[in-house]
Design a protein around this ligand. Sequence first.
Ligand SMILES: *Cc1c(COP(=O)(O)O)cnc(C)c1O
Length: 381
Amino acid sequence: MMNVPFYSLDYVNRALGDALRESFSDVLDSKWFIRGNRCREFEEAFAAYCGKKACVGVGNGLDALTLMLKASIILGRMAQGDEVIVPANTFVATVLAVRAAGLVPVLVEPDPETCVLDMSRLADACSAKTRAILTVHLYGRLADMPALCEFARSKGLLVFEDAAQSHGAVFDENNLSSLVSRPSSNAAAYSFYPTKNLGAMGDGGAVVTDDLELAQVVRSLGNYGSVEKYVNQYVGVNSRLDEVQAAVLLAKLPHLDSWNKCRQEIAARYCAEIKNPLVRVTPVPANPKSHVWHVFPVFCETRDDLQKFLKNRGVETLIHYPIPPHLQEAFDGALSRGELRYGPLPIAERLAKTELSIPMGPSMTDNQVSYVIESINAYAR
Ligand SMILES: *Cc1c(COP(=O)(O)O)cnc(C)c1O
């Protein structure tokens, strides 16, 4: 029997324990904690890493999503009441952000194989009010951005990305200008929640975009809507990336690619070696770099039983996510009030009933990976 935690941050301390302590004490010595040099430096570094012109640090991922949408409304690119297509099987924050911006989420079924937006369903999901697609690179897998952006262009829709689970995922690493996920969308929102592929030591988030006007409005919205101190142009909020978080992110960013590579290697083993007719895995994409495996999901009709079985063998698992947004109490009556729009969502509901996330992350040893595989392969009804 071996104990395999779902996720452990040991790898961070191993890779840069002392460097992080130095980052903290630098911030302490600087006596400057909000809107300082480290935030600026991280914004520049992360924009460059993403191959984009601008990055604006904000307080968390939900705010990044919300402010990105609100800024687009302020700039007249959308209006309150417009519809935004969102995958039905996302984390609730995606839907909350659309609502918080005064927009109407249109929930669309994912492709059951890949769990990201199903391109073949987009056309039917559009109405005269649809203005944008907010795609989610769920579990770390980039949605089919070339197809999505082509569709959006043909319909005159904006494209936004919820990239909270996909830091560092790329279509073509050798050709920055064809990093299709990034230059083709209007903006991407990131979360730096501690357990994300790039995580802070508290809350953090960012909007990354080539649109300098949009970046400017997002920055202003996160700082009370002010353009200069005590001059308020918009009704803003307080949502900023503080210096401690920026310093942590600056120290971690150079390691992100190698950490993602670890995840890809573990995922390749899981995909090749999990062989149980009761357990389905999602495929490695044609370009393995376009998936950074924030989560490794498996699907099983007797999911709760499988979870118990693994727990008894010391393998910790989680469910992402047990209740899809449209079935959350928070959205009771939202459909009839016109605050959400969706038809039947059997695929999203099936995924919620059958998904199980197994241990994944750079802290895992080969032995742990082997043990998880053996355990899943030993499962029988
Ligand atoms: C984590 C996450 C968010 C929210 O990020 P926070 O920083 O926790 O606010 C939004 N969308 C998705 C898909 C996420 O995984």
